[in-house]
Every structure is written in structure tokens, then in C-alpha cells.
Design a protein around this ligand. Structure first.
Ligand SMILES: Cc1cc2nc3c(=O)[nH]c(=O)nc-3n(C[C@H](O)[C@H](O)[C@H](O)COP(=O)(O)O)c2cc1C
Length: 193
């Protein structure tokens, strides 16, 4: 059987991003489980704000097609989302919108995330740990994009105090939630390989 490959996407490009740290912790956990994990930055996939006129004129940008291809060559995806006004930030939503428009010649529209196994997490310094963003992201991915979003997820409250200097989670409860999410992502991705 081919080695399991998981793509890890932090939904923030801010320096010192808490969600980038969460993504780093997930990547480390995947590596400990002998999974080939690739962590990317959306900074490397610069995209204009989605505009149907722009798409009609110039097509789907190369960066969106590359991001879709990255998803396609992995068996599963982990997305860490910040919470902005009880939803996902525009950086992440815009990337999802563009890749949902990308398709190879023979493919149906919206195939980028359809039936892909996706796990989600959120980190926020506030007490709810990005639960509203997780709810929004789950709906976007499952209902909007047809992804297989696993039930287990990570909501990390007080995230500014949650990590040690090695980007490990300090609280046992948080570490266990991360482990359980990664375990389920691996199990479901393996089953759907
Ligand atoms: C425009 C904006 C709106 C925000 N709204 C929320 C919110 O509704 N709930 C929340 O928990 N945090 C909210 N935050 C705080 C972010 O979750 C926090 O800045 C977080 O660290 C951002 O993620 P990052 O560190 O990965 O960049 C908001 C931040 C901004 C800039």
C-alpha cells in the first residue's frame, strides 16, 4: 500500500499565527505516526479576491490550480482556521472559493474537495477556541464542497498560552484532543485510500 500522505494548511499567514502553531503541532503528531505530512503556507498561493468577471476574463489563477493539485496528491487534509467574526477568515474562504472553481479538462466542476477526507481545527486566544469558525468551515467544506469532514475536531481556547517553546500543547486535555483528531484523520484517510 502507498504511504499515507496528509496535507496541512494553516488558514493564517500572520507572523506568530496561533493557527500556524496548531498546524505545526498537527504536522509533528502525523510525523510521529509515520505519516508523510506536508505543511504549506497560503502565502505561497497568492490569490486575488474571487470575482466571476476576473475568472471569465483570465481563468482560474495558477496558484489556485496548484493548490487544488496539492490536495489531489494527498490522501487527507488538515485545515487550521482562525475565527473572524464568528466565521472563517477571508484568506481561507477565498482560497476555498478559487479551488472550487479549478478543474482539469476532464473533471466536473467543484471536484477539488469532493469526497476528500478533511479534519479541521481552530486556535483562538478567546475562551470558545474558534468553535463558530469550525462550525462555519465544516459547513463550507461538507455542504459547499462535498468533502468528507471527520467528526473529531480541535477547538483550542486560550491558544496564546497553550503552546510551549517547542510548539507542543501544554495541557493534557488539548494534547489528547489533537491526538484523537489526528488518529481519526489517519484512520479515515487510510480507509478511503
Ligand atoms: C477581524 C477579526 C475578527 C475576529 N473575530 C473573532 C471572533 O469572532 N472570535 C474569536 O475567538 N476570535 C476573533 N478574533 C481573534 C482571532 O481569532 C485571533 O486574532 C487569532 O489569533 C487569529 O488567528 P491567527 O493567530 O492564526 O492569525 C478576530 C480577529 C480579527 C482580526
Amino acid at each position: 500500500m502507498a504511504a499515507l500522505k496528509i496535507l496541512v494548511i494553516p488558514g493564517s499567514i500572520r507572523s506568530g499565527s496561533l493557527n500556524a502553531r496548531l498546524a505545526a503541532a498537527v504536522t509533528k503528531e502525523l510525523a510521529l505516526a509515520d505519516v508523510e505530512a506536508t505543511r504549506i503556507s497560503l502565502e505561497d498561493f497568492p490569490l486575488p479576491i474571487y470575482d466571476a468577471d476576473l475568472e471569465a476574463k483570465a481563468g482560474v489563477p495558477e496558484a489556485a490550480r496548484n493548490l487544488k493539485r496539492m490536495i489531489g496528491i494527498h490522501h487527507g487534509v488538515f485545515i487550521a482556521t482562525p475565527e473572524y467574526n464568528a466565521s472563517v477568515p477571508p484568506l481561507l474562504k477565498n482560497a476555498i472559493d478559487w479551488i472550487s472553481r479549478a478543474r482539469e479538462r476532464s473533471e466536473a466542476a467543484g471536484s477539488a474537495l469532493r469526497d476528500r477526507v478533511v479534519a479541521i481545527g481552530a486556535a483562538s486566544e478567546r475562551p470558545c477556541g474558534g468553535l463558530a469558525a469550525l462550525q462555519a468551515l465544516r459547513q463550507i467544506l461538507a455542504q459547499g464542497c462535498g468533502a468528507h469532514v471527520i467528526p473529531q475536531q480541535i477547538a483550542l481556547p486560550s491558544a496564546d498560552r497553550a503552546f510551549d517553546e517547542m510548539d507542543r500543547l501544554k495541557e493534557a486535555r488539548d494534547a489528547e484532543m489533537l491526538r484523537a483528531t489526528v488518529r481519526q484523520l489517519i484512520d479515515v484517510s487510510q480507509r478511503m485510500m
